[in-house]
Ligand binder design. Structure first.
Ligand code: ADP
Ligand code: MG
Length: 254
């Protein structure tokens, strides 16, 4: 299986090559992920015809397999998953593995690089850490995208210490819906690296390129709510508090 080389914040050739492969490679469905709530398919793409050897693994979630959600009446889970990737990349967080929208065996859907995560890591212990920069980046990213489903099982640590996350279909609500297992920094001052990432993102959100990319994935009011969340974080410079007295945690938390 091929290794994915992480990109620089502005995206490099390696990242673009991965995106191209995910967008245009032939998807072979290998199986369905059993713990998934929607149609979440594990697939491979044969890359031997592309001057390389082996396969790339990915997740394909067809829009046709999405269950309707009363609290997310518009848009698609797949569109929000791709938008989450776009935001993560623009800020330079690299929280979300490369993700594209594409056609597939069950119609249009999202296709995301599979991350072979480090199974030696105790995910419950990881989720409680306060000294993990990547985990803290993820908490800020979740605040930006208004993630309503950051579970412990959505943490994908890799062996070099980087942390990815998955399952971003229920993000970008206009109302405050942050539901996460990562409340350990609530009310704490944002570190400098978070402010830098937020400034980078804020600048790009005010440019046409990112706006155009997001507008095929989210509604105009979801994009403007995202912009407001970024501005609010930059103004107050603290990690958000939960919506009420008690932390809003997804169920089940794992
Ligand atoms: N890109 C990925 N790389 C590695 N594992 C993944 C990836 N996406 C999903 N998974 C694994 O598959 C499980 C189910 O996928 P998820 O995106 O949570 O589906 P659902 O939307 O149905 O809950 C995740 O909890 C995670 O363990
Ligand atoms: Mg899930």
């Amino acid at each position: 299986m091929l290794e994915h080389k992480r990109s620089a914040p502005d995206g490099d050739d390696g990242e673009q090559a991965t995106l191209d492969l995910l967008a245009s490679g032939k998807l072979e469905i290998e199986g369905r992920l059993v713990d998934a709530s929607n149609a979440t398919l594990y697939c491979t793409i044969d890359v031997s015809g592309r001057g390389r050897n082996g396969q790339v693994a990915c997740v394909y979630k067809p829009i046709a397999g999405e269950r309707p959600l009363w609290d997310f009446p518009t848009g698609t889970l797949a569109g929000r998953e791709v938008a989450a990737y776009v935001i993560s990349r623009a800020a330079g967080w690299d929280v979300v593995p490369p993700t594209v929208m594409r056609d597939g065996p069950f119609g249009p859907g999202m296709c995301q690089l599979w991350i072979d995560h480090d199974t030696d890591v105790d995910l419950i212990a990881l989720s409680r850490r306060t000294d993990h920069a990547g985990l803290r980046d993820m908490a800020v990213f979740d605040a930006v995208v208004n993630n309503a489903d950051r579970k412990i099982g959505h943490l994908l640590p890799v062996t070099d210490g980087h942390l990815y996350g998955c399952d971003h279909g229920v993000c970008f609500a206009e109302d405050y819906k942050l539901r996460t297992v990562l409340w350990q920094w609530r009310g704490k001052t944002l570190p400098r690296r978070s402010l830098e990432a937020l400034r980078r993102l804020n600048a790009q959100l005010n440019e046409d390129g990112l706006e155009a990319e997001l507008s095929s994935l989210l509604t105009a009011s979801e994009i403007s709510a995202t912009r407001i969340r970024v501005e609010t974080l930059l103004k107050h410079r603290v990690h958000p508090f939960p919506p009420s007295d008690w932390p809003a945690i997804p169920w089940p938390p794992v």
